[in-house]
Design a binder for this molecule. Structure first.
Ligand SMILES: [Zn+2]
Length: 442
């Protein structure tokens, strides 16, 4: 028998104290966060191991042993948070402020809250001496917000034994979104992330004086190349999981707003539908590899035609696509062999976990328990999380959060006045614990 009331109160207190540890990345200072977590675990007699990947960049693991009959589950969160611009916050982002039923603080959603739900579940299962058939591996890492090099990637490279014997990883995002006008809330479980393919286009030509330009200066070539690339219509790729997402989305949209979403491949052949669909940058990014021109460099001086002009492109690959095919496609779109196309850092091949595993079903049940009538969908995230790293290590990785949030709350992620309702913390701690009991209890 669990005392859910006291577990909920404890989760609020733990999250409040955790949010007061400033782990803004850069510089991170995750070691302070790891020290806080270690103190909580050790007070309950749970052994943990902490290690710095670099000075101040703390990572921590604790393992609850199962009977070994089934593989383990990694309960992952990242300790670091993005910076908070205090000028735009109405409360101290590291003050642990509770106001009007909400706990405020940088990391309240992304993602110290999920870490605390996992921690509360680990404490509850330990205290109740619940026999487990799976190991539960509580893993806290540094540096997610700046590329994972000192966190999840470091664990994968240097501390692989920390996640040994695991079959699944649970990390961030995925939650229940409520939207006015919809017929039911939509609960998402993240199954894949798009990954970055950093591209650089470089045009070269003779330099000269700005008073006598000619058509093929390096900047002019580059601009025309970029124009052709942006005008090129990269074909969408509708993965079965993406189709499922849009079909379920259609089922909660009012009136005929969801029309055509249940057969996306066919609907996208209709120019009017296509224009409407691609009018949403989020939906567009869910069905194709995207190219955002984000950095441009030419001359240092207005009257000097430079020998080189460079564009950096934030390209994001969709699962099922690969760097070679994409760069070939870009070269064909650019159609100028004087413009070099290169990949500037080693690409991360996108990966995806299937939405039909035992754990996925338990996650879906947990979301249904939090919001009756919720429609649960697998989501391919257009951003990036550490789950990519764990999938790359052979685990099935899911983004899961038993939180019910409206759009205004969701927009506070990386924004101002990030917060989480006390109801979400209390009910979330119970939902997370019950989900683990169901999937890992012996
Ligand atoms: Zn995050």
């Amino acid at each position: 028998m669990m005392d859910w009331k006291s577990l909920g109160d404890e989760a609020i207190d733990l999250l409040r104290r955790y949010l007061m540890v400033d782990t803004t990345n850069p510089p991170g200072n995750e070691t302070d966060g790891a020290r806080f977590l270690a103190g909580v675990l050790e007070a309950d007699g749970i052994t943990c191991e902490a290690a710095d990947s670099a000075p101040g960049r703390g990572n921590l693991v604790a393992r609850l042993r199962g009977d070994g009959s089934l593989p383990g589950i990694v309960l992952h969160h990242h300790i670091d948070v993005v910076y908070a611009d205090r000028r735009y916050w109405t409360v101290d982002p590291f003050g642990g402020v509770i106001q009007d039923g909400y706990l405020y603080g940088r990391g309240a959603l992304d993602m110290k809250s999920t870490g605390i739900l996992q921690l509360a579940a680990v404490l509850a299962l330990t205290r109740a001496r619940v026999p487990l058939k799976r190991d539960l591996i509580f893993l806290a890492t540094a540096d997610e917000e700046a590329g994972s090099r000192f966190g999840a990637q470091w664990v994968a490279d240097e501390r692989r034994e920390w996640i040994a014997g695991a079959e699944y990883s649970l990390s961030e995002l995925g939650f229940i979104a409520t939207r006015p006008g919809t017929t039911a809330p939509l609960g998402t479980i993240v199954i894949s992330e798009k990954t970055g393919l950093p591209l650089r286009l470089t045009a070269r030509s003779a330099p000269g004086h700005g008073s006598m330009p000619w058509p093929d200066t390096a900047p002019h070539r580059l601009i025309r190349a970029l124009g052709r690339l942006l005008a090129a219509d990269r074909p969408p790729r509708i993965l079965p999981e993406t189709q499922e997402y849009f079909a379920r989305l259609a089922s909660v949209l009012p009136g005929d707003q969801g029309k055509g979403l249940d057969s996306l491949e066919r609907s996208l052949q209709d120019p009017a539908f296509r224009a409407r669909f691609f009018g949403s940058p989020h939906h567009a990014a869910m069905v194709r590899t995207t190219f955002a021109v984000t950095m441009l460099k030419g001359s240092e001086k207005r009257n000097v035609i430079p020998p080189e002009a460079v564009a950096e492109i934030d390209c994001r690959m969709l699962a099922g696509e690969g760097p070679e095919e994409i760069t070939d496609w870009v070269r064909r779109a650019v159609a100028d062999d004087q413009v070099e196309v290169e990949i500037t850092s080693p690409p991360k091949q996108p990966n995806l976990s299937p939405p039909d595993t035992e754990l996925y079903k338990h996650l879906a049940d947990a979301l249904r328990g939090r919001a009756p009538g919720v429609v649960v969908v697998p989501e391919i995230l257009v951003g990036f999380t550490d789950n990519w790293v764990f999938r790359n290590c052979g685990l099935h990785g899911y983004g899961f959060g038993p939180f019910v949030l409206d759009e205004v709350e969701i927009r506070r992620i990386h924004g101002n006045d990030e917060r989480l309702s006390l109801e979400n913390i209390v009910a979330g701690a119970r939902a997370y614990t019950e989900m683990l009991l169901a999937v890992a209890g012996a």
